[in-house]
Each structure stands twice: as structure tokens, then as C-alpha cells.
Write a protein that binds this ligand. Structure first.
Ligand code: DAK
Length: 261
């Protein structure tokens, strides 16, 4: 499949995915969702990639939502298929075996805010704006906004944002815990890459198991969650990376690199 709306680049052990429809403020149409699906499958299968940065092209938007022009005349069946396509891609990102950092460079509205929330970590430019404007369009958030937002910022704040459809600036997103940090626009991408490279310098299997344990643990009671953690911890002892790192520590030397084995 030829990629028209998504760019995939690799730099050392990280992948940078750019949603590239700046004229439509990177709105997600079906074609873009299909390309994102393909790109994230490629990344999943690429053992060289250990962390991912996801961003939007241009200076104005990360993603200004699902494509309203395409959705406007959808039938019930088309709406259902569109929703399924989006939810599958977002879930693929959320469960990807490598961490994904959203570098939110501008508007992250509706499906755009939801896309950033499917990522592991969000960092933002000081120009970024977030919101779930769906109720103003006569719909409910459909790509996880009613679920992931309350898990991230708490139910009361999520309800306020979703019911009012208000758009908040980066500093407010930081205050409520929707983003981890704020950056000058021209420094955002490099800082996101640096964060990805720091993650990529650690034991990949351990990082992957941490992601699984945190994600799965958030959905269940604490005893079940701690059982996941014990399972993950135990699994590390089947890896060469654990043996190599602990041996290096005991021998007071620095480990050159993890083998991802
Ligand atoms: N879709 C399509 N085109 C969009 C767009 C969008 N979401 N957002 C912007 N554009 C296009 C504009 O139409 C315009 O195109 P041209 O007129 O130049 O051809 C171009 O991008 C530039 O936009 P503006 O001229 O409006 O730029 P401004 O700076 O004046 O305003 C804005 C920027 C971001 C405030 C404004 O564009 C805006 O309000 N955009 C819409 C934001 C929005 O409401 N987003 C949420 C969309 S609803 C589902 C699952 C998920 C969803 C739906 C269903 N299922 C499970 C079925 C998700 C829904 C949403 O995301």
C-alpha cells in the first residue's frame, strides 16, 4: 500500500510516525486510519524499533479529529465500520509491544485527543490545544474518549471536558495530568525523540512487560494487577538481558547494550 497521509521514518532504534494531511489539520479519514494500521503493524514486526514518536505535520495541528467531511453523510453501517477501523488502530497503538510517545504539536481535538490518549506518554508544545468537541457535533466520543480520558484525568474532570466540549490549552492539560510536559514548539520533536531514545536504551523486554503490566493492571483489581506484575518480573529471569545487566553490575562494569533477548 502506498502511503499518502502518513510518514514513517527510522532514526537509530526509534520510529517517527507523522500524520501528514496538514491542509485538513491532519484529520483522520478512513484512508489515514488504514495507513496508520499498516505503519504500526510494520513497527510491531520490526525488531530494530524499540520506541515510537507519533506527531502531526505542520505547525497547527497534531490531529483536529476524525474527518468531519467524510463522516457527514455516513450511513449507520459506514459509521460502524469507520468506528471499528479507528478503534482497532487505537488499540493496536495502545497494545503495541513498544512504548509510543505522542508529540502533540497543535490541535488535538476529538479523535486527535483520543489518539494521543492511546499512546503511552503525551508531551506537548506550548501551542497545543486539547478537547473532546463531539457533543457539539451531535455525537459521543467514539475512539475511546469517554473511557481513556477519565482513566487519565479522573472522572469529574473528564465529564466536565466531554459535556462542555471546551478546548483547553497546554498548561491546563499539564495541570490536570493529560500531558507530562510542555515544550517550545521548535524543541518538541527533538525532546520527544530524546525521551524515546532514553526508553530505547533500557532492556526492551523489561520495558515491554512494564507496558503490559501497567495497561492490564489498570483494568482489574489490585490483587490481580499485582499477580500480573509478579508474572512479568518472573519472565525477566528467562532473558539474557537480565543476566547480562545484573552480571555487569556485580562485576562493576557498564553493559554495552541490551540484546533484546
Ligand atoms: N475534519 C475535516 N476537516 C477538518 C477538520 C476535521 N476534523 N478540522 C479542520 N479541518 C479542515 C477545515 O475544514 C479546513 O479545510 P478547508 O476549508 O481549508 O478546505 C482546514 O482543515 C483548516 O481548518 P480551519 O479553516 O477551520 O482552521 P481554523 O484555524 O480556523 O480552526 C479548528 C481550527 C481546529 C479550531 C477548526 O478547524 C475545527 O474546529 N475543526 C474541527 C475540530 C473538531 O470538531 N474535531 C472533532 C471532530 S469529531 C467514531 C469515532 C470517533 C469519532 C467519530 C466517530 N465512531 C466510533 C463512529 C471522532 C469524532 C471527532 O473527532
Amino acid at each position: 500500500m502506498e502511503l499518502k497521509n502518513v510518514i514513517l521514518e527510522k532514526e537509530d532504534n526509534i520510529a517517527v510516525v507523522t500524520i501528514n494531511r496538514p491542509k485538513a489539520l491532519n484529520a483522520l479519514n478512513s484512508e489515514t486510519l488504514k495507513e496508520l494500521d499498516l505503519v504500526f503493524t510494520t513497527i510491531e514486526n520490526d525488531d530494530d524499533v524499540l520506541a515510537v514518536v507519533l506527531t502531526g505535520a505542520g505547525e497547527k495541528a497534531f490531529v483536529a479529529g476524525a474527518d468531519i467531511s467524510e463522516m457527514k453523510d455516513m450511513t449507520v453501517l459506514q459509521g460502524r465500520n469507520f468506528g471499528k477501523l479507528g478503534n482497532n488502530v487505537f488499540r493496536k497503538i495502545e497494545t503495541l509491544s513498544k512504548p509510543v510517545i505522542a508529540a502533540v504539536n497543535g490541535f488535538a481535538l476529538g479523535g486527535g485527543c483520543e489518539l494521543s490518549m492511546a499512546c503511552d506518554i503525551r508531551i506537548a508544545s506550548n501551542k497545543a490545544k486539547f478537547g473532546q468537541p463531539e457533543v457539539g457535533l451531535g455525537i459521543t466520543p467514539g475512539f475511546g474518549g469517554t473511557q481513556r480520558l477519565s482513566r487519565l484525568v479522573g472522572m469529574g474532570m473528564a465529564k466536565e471536558l466531554v459535556y462542555t466540549a471546551k478546548v483547553i490549552k497546554a498548561d491546563e492539560a499539564l495541570r490536570i495530568g493529560l500531558v507530562n510536559s510542555i515544550h517550545e514548539p521548535e524543541e518538541l520533536l527533538n525532546n520527544a525523540k530524546a525521551l524515546a531514545k532514553t526508553i530505547a536504551s533500557n532492556a526492551p523486554i523489561a520495558v515491554k512487560l512494564c507496558k503490559e503490566a501497567i495497561n492490564r493492571g489498570m483494568q482489574v483489581d489490585i490483587d490481580t494487577a499485582l499477580a500480573f506484575e509478579s508474572e512479568a518480573f518472573g519472565e525477566c529471569f528467562s532473558t539474557e538481558d537480565q543476566t547480562d545487566a545484573m552480571t555487569a553490575f556485580v562485576e562493576k562494569r557498564k553493559l554495552d547494550r541490551f540484546k533484546n533477548k
